[in-house]
Design a protein around this ligand. Structure first.
Ligand code: NDP
Ligand code: MG
Length: 389
């Protein structure tokens, strides 16, 4: 039996992970499930999967979690220390699917135990790529990609030499507004931005898809995970979301990963790796699909995307600053305090205002330094609201 834990179990990725595990309960010993406000779901799944412990990150949710788990034998816990404790409980495979920079610390703790970390939380690699990979190396842990593009690249590299790679192309659906007139973008609402044409995901990543902040994060994630150079990474808009990424080799060959837009593919690949096991995902009928289309991303429509190359060039704490400013700008948009296009302006100005080397002592920033930069970037991003004309 493999011991598994799921951080962010109540979210979109967490639920898809549970779907796969619940189909084969004899194979898994579920250690910890974590969630946030959705305590009822957390308790239901913890009981169904017979988890050792269920943890909500919010202290004030503990009474409801306790009530929901009463008599089940599943331990209830809440708050930061409990999240830390859950992450240090020995597990062979851990799904990192908390949304945002909050996912970093539990992932690091799991790697310190030598676990295999299935990484959906791309923010971990953007804010702390070198620290995360170093922690895995130091403790015999391993990071496997779950983001669909990165799973696709990873699969395209099986049996290949990374030195034979010339370029990596990641695809983008183009999000909710890919065909909108440019003049309407400034007035786009939260509801409109929260509807994805192809994927069913959490609200924050769905809005990030419309702005392409998500793709910017994924470009940085590609560099951190595969160690390629910024100028080897390309983004192409592919509205059908069937090709997830392509790896281009020195001989001119492009290896594409094709599949239905269903995250259970990438999650299942990481769960069974290095094996391939049958997965309950749609089998594509290419004759019905008929054609795949591609276009270049328009930087006027997606001003967030070029910022990824700035982050990669600056290095240091730039990823932590970029991600935190983005998270704050997204909060402000969801709270209806700024417009859709203001998000990229807030992030760019925050990057202008804070040095990516501020407080940096070492080549690989530690967790405290990253957290300080994150806090500072959120503070500065909040102030930028006054400067928006
Ligand atoms: P969701 O918003 O659906 O779920 C987020 C999860 O994190 C929930 O379990 C939520 O709890 C929990 N959570 C929220 N805030 C905190 C916090 N401060 N501390 C601890 N836990 C918290 O997100 P997704 O599943 O869509 O995304 C999860 C991660 O996976 C993100 O990093 C995203 O970028 C990445 N990803 C997602 C994809 C997708 O298809 N959804 C595809 C590729 C990557 P609760 O809901 O109970 O409050
Ligand atoms: Mg993705």
């Amino acid at each position: 039996m493999r011991r598994v834990s799921i951080f962010g179990a109540t979210g979109s990725i967490g639920q898809n992970t549970i779907d796969l595990i619940a189909r084969d309960p004899q194979s898994y010993d579920v250690v910890a499930l974590t969630g946030g406000r959705n305590v009822a779901q957390l308790a239901r799944d913890a009981i169904r999967l017979n988890a050792d412990v269920a943890v909500t990150c919010f202290d004030d949710e503990l009474p409801s979690l306790r009530d929901a788990l009463a008599g089940s034998g599943v331990e209830a816990a809440a708050g930061e220390a409990a999240m830390h404790d859950a992450a240090t409980r020995p597990a062979d495979w851990v799904m990192s699917a908390i949304v945002g920079a909050a996912g970093l610390a539990p992932g690091l703790r799991a790697l310190e135990q030598g676990a295999t970390l299935a990484l959906a939380n791309k923010e971990s690699l953007v804010t702390a790529g070198p620290l995360l990979m170093q922690t895995a190396r130091d403790h015999g842990g391993r990071v496997l990609p779950v983001d669909s593009e990165h799973s696709a690249i990873f699969q395209g590299l099986v049996g290949e030499d990374i030195n034979a790679v010339e370029r990596i192309i990641i695809t983008a659906s183009g999000g909710a507004f890919r065909d909108w007139p440019m003049d309407d973008l400034a007035k786009a609402t939260v509801e409109q931005a929260s509807t994805h044409p192809n994927w069913n995901m959490g609200q924050r990543i769905t809005i990030d898809s419309a702005s392409m902040f998500n793709k910017a994060l994924e470009v940085i994630e590609t560099k951190e995970f595969f160690g390629v150079l910024p100028n080897q990474i390309e983004v192409v808009v592919h509205p059908e979301s069937m090709i997830h990424a392509l790896v281009g080799f020195h001989d001119g060959a492009l290896m594409a990963h094709v599949g239905a837009p269903d995250m259970r593919h990438a999650i299942g690949y990481a769960l069974h790796w290095p094996d391939r096991k049958p997965l309950p995902v749609e089998r594509l009928d290419l004759t019905k699909i008929g054609q795949f289309t591609f276009r270049a991303p328009d930087p006027d429509r997606y001003p967030a995307l070029p910022l990824a190359w700035r982050v990669m060039e600056e290095g240091g704490l730039s990823g932590a600053i970029f991600n935190a400013a983005k998270e704050r700008a997204l909060d402000l948009f969801i709270d209806r305090q700024i417009g859709f296009l203001d998000m990229a302006r807030v992030v760019e100005r925050t990057m202008d205002a804070i040095s990516p080397r501020q407080g940096l002592q070492n080549d690989i920033p530690d967790l405290d330094t990253i957290r300080d930069a994150d806090k500072e970037a959120r503070r500065v991003a909040s102030q930028m609201i006054e400067q928006l004309g």
